[in-house]
Write a protein that binds this ligand. Structure first.
Ligand SMILES: [Fe+2]
Length: 201
């Protein structure tokens, strides 16, 4: 039997699931410039570190084929440890942190790897009367795709009730566990791994 050569190379067969999208939300920064150093816990010009638990988030940006997405552009924005965004529309009475902007822009490296340091965000009340669990917003731009999503933390009670997280068939795909960071990275610091999968890259 003569077989026709396949037009699809084995390396291009999808083997990963696309990271589920989430809403952009009302607090995308409008009045801030992003920090470019990958360090939200101490943005440029801050006198001291932001309050809260230090966390290190790292991962890779991949296409469904499993190939890395080199040099993907990533934006991150989040509330401070008290659950307050530096945004004019945020009416939560929780205090701002003078050492926390909560907005950064990164680029993945040639192997799709990215990393940043921040503080774990607090949950916050919404205008609809819900409490949102702690989460970090992401937009990821590859060569072909843009993904808007949110990272959540394992063990947060509001993960069970959050309407945006639970709108997904598999909410657990956006929930990451924090593991203990090596002690030289800070007492009680946590590490989260969050790989992001785009459709085509
Ligand atoms: Fe949010």
């Amino acid at each position: 039997m003569i077989r026709k050569p396949s037009r699809i190379a084995a390396r291009d067969i999808p083997r990963l699931q696309i990271t589920p999208p989430q809403i952009l939300g009302p607090f995308y920064p409008v009045a801030e410039r992003p920090d470019l150093a990958g360090d939200l816990a101490r943005p440029a010009g801050s006198a001291a570190e932001a309050g809260g638990q230090l966390i290190y988030v790292r991962g890779r940006v991949l296409a469904r084929s499993g190939k890395p997405v080199p040099h993907a552009r990533i934006e991150i924005w989040q509330a401070n440890a008290a659950g307050k965004y530096r945004h004019p529309s945020d009416t939560n009475p929780a205090p701002l942190d003078p050492n926390f902007k909560g907005f950064a822009q990164l680029r993945a490296d040639a192997a799709g790897r990215y990393a940043f340091r921040t503080v774990k965000p607090g949950g916050y009340p919404t205008a609809e009367g819900d409490i949102r669990p702690p989460h970090i917003h992401f937009t990821v731009d590859g060569r072909f795709d843009r993904l808007v999503t949110q990272l959540y933390f394992a063990g947060e009670p509001e993960n069970q009730t959050d309407r945006w997280l639970n709108s997904l068939p598999q909410p657990e795909r956006l929930i990451v566990a924090l593991s203990a960071a090596p002690s030289h990275l800070g007492a009680s610091a946590g590490v989260a791994r969050f790989d992001i999968v785009l459709a085509s890259g």
